[in-house]
Structure formats: structure tokens, C-alpha cells
Design a protein around this ligand. Structure first.
Ligand SMILES: [Zn+2]
Ligand SMILES: [Zn+2]
Length: 247
């Protein structure tokens, strides 16, 4: 199974990264709809798309307005957007207010609740709450022989309340907005710094850790000193947009 990183920063895009969006093209699954979603167009391979929103902060939902172009002349029969009913209402009243974006793309909203649901490829998804201002949802996706989790916009620690949902996962994609030294700022803003996420990955005994939602003010090639946490958790990758991970 191949995961594509379409957007790996948070808040706003920079010269190296767009905002949050992941895609598993062979199953038509997208996680978040940040500015990186424009890259989905050339990867579409299924008649249905399923877009799961972690929350509706702008860096995770603004790309829903790009779907007119993403879907244009593509053989996609249905595009579903999964979020809570009150989030659907807010999106329709704000992002899709006629004065902001006058045309609703061809999407159908579906209710996302915390718990388990079936996903394409005979898989199952478990969703769980994350500590973040305004709330956020984490995802664990499983198929026979493959598993991954996507956890963004949250604080992290070795005893994070959502740790049990990440146990033994093949691939953990976790936010890491800050390098070490910004622990207090991470706590206040509801985000994560490097050592905390390495400790979490070790405690959850995940196999590999990919860092995303990286501070857009850092446009460098190496936003983190991974050697400094190698003793805690060694198998860490910092993907860039258009990178992929097999799992
Ligand atoms: Zn964000
Ligand atoms: Zn957020």
C-alpha cells in the first residue's frame, strides 16, 4: 500500500510545503484537505473519493474549494467528505458562503463519529479525539497485513491519552510543528515538539514514524535534528510534498 504526502506543513504553505493532505490513491482515501490537495488530481485512480477531515482549521479544509479543478474531467462518480454534522454546517456557512466561494464542488458530506467504520479495501478505520483547541480527530486505518495512523494537530507525550490507538501500527504519521526547545509554545498552541513525538512513538511501539505539519517558517531541508532523538526512536522520516511511503 502506498501513502502519498501531498501537503506536509501546517498553518500556511511555504516554498517547500503545502498544508495538510495525505492520499492512498489505490483506495481513493484522502486524509485532510489542505492546500496540498491540488496534487491529488494526477493521482486519482478510483471512481469514488473519501476525504476524512481531522478538523476544520483552515489549513486542513481550505482545499475543499480546489475540488472543482481537482475533479474536472476525471471519471469520479462520487466524492464524500467525512466530518461531524456541526462541522459540515460551519463549512457550508463559512468556506462555502456565496460571498467567499460561490460554487459548491460536487461533494457529499457524511457524518464522522468517534469509533469504528468500514473503509475501502475491506479495511476499517478507528477515529479518536485529540487534545487541540477546538478539538481534532486522529485516525487509525487497518487492512489485513497493513496498518497506519494519522495524528495531527495535537500535543504529544509518552502518556498521551490517544496512545492506545497507535499501538504497534506499521506507519505513524504524526504532526511535529516544533523542534525541541519550544515545548511550552507547543503546549499552549496544541502542537508537538520532536522529543515528545519520539517518546510517544517508542511508547506505542510503532514501526516507523513520519513527521508532518511542520512549522512553515522553517523552509530548510532539515527542520529537525533527528540524531538527537535516535536513542529514543530511530526510525523517523521527514517527508516532503510528493514523497511516498510504502506500508
Ligand atoms: Zn493545522
Ligand atoms: Zn488545528
Amino acid at each position: 500500500m502506498k501513502l502519498h504526502f501531498l501537503g506536509t506543513t501546517g498553518y500556511h504553505p511555504n516554498r517547500r510545503r503545502d498544508t495538510s493532505c495525505l492520499m492512498i490513491p489505490e483506495l481513493g482515501i484522502l486524509l485532510d484537505a489542505g492546500t496540498g490537495i491540488f496534487r491529488a488530481r494526477e493521482l486519482i485512480a478510483t471512481p469514488e473519493l473519501h476525504i476524512f477531515l481531522s478538523h476544520i482549521h483552515l489549513d486542513h479544509c481550505v482545499g475543499l474549494t480546489y475540488l472543482l479543478d481537482v475533479l474536472r474531467d476525471k471519471p469520479v462518480k462520487a466524492t464524500y467528505v467525512y466530518c461531524a454534522p456541526e462541522q459540515e454546517l460551519i463549512l457550508k456557512e463559512s468556506l462555502f458562503h456565496p460571498k467567499i466561494f460561490p460554487v459548491l464542488p460536487p461533494i457529499k458530506f457524511k457524518t464522522l463519529r468517534h469509533g469504528n467504520l468500514a473503509i475501502p479495501g475491506s479495511g476499517k478505520m478507528r477515529t479518536f479525539p485529540l487534545p487541540h483547541p477546538g478539538g481534532c480527530t486522529g485516525f487509525r486505518l487497518e487492512w489485513p497485513g497493513h496498518s497506519m495512523a494519522y495524528v495531527t494537530d495535537t500535543t504529544a507525550s509518552a502518556n498521551a491519552p490517544y496512545l492506545k490507538h497507535l499501538k504497534d501500527v506499521d506507519l505513524l504519521v504524526h504532526e511535529c510543528y516544533f523542534p525541541d526547545g519550544f515545548e511550552e509554545r507547543a503546549q499552549i498552541t496544541g502542537h508537538t515538539s520532536l522529543t515528545a513525538v519520539a517518546q510517544l512513538a517508542a511508547a506505542a511501539q510503532v514501526k516507523r514514524l513520519y513527521l508532518t505539519h511542520i512549522n512553515p517558517m522553517d523552509e530548510g531541508k532539515k527542520p529537525f535534528d533527528l540524531k538527537s532523538v535516535a536513542k529514543i526512536f530511530a526510525n523517523i522520516t521527514v517527508p516532503e510534498d510528493d514523497d511516498t511511503a510504502e506500508f
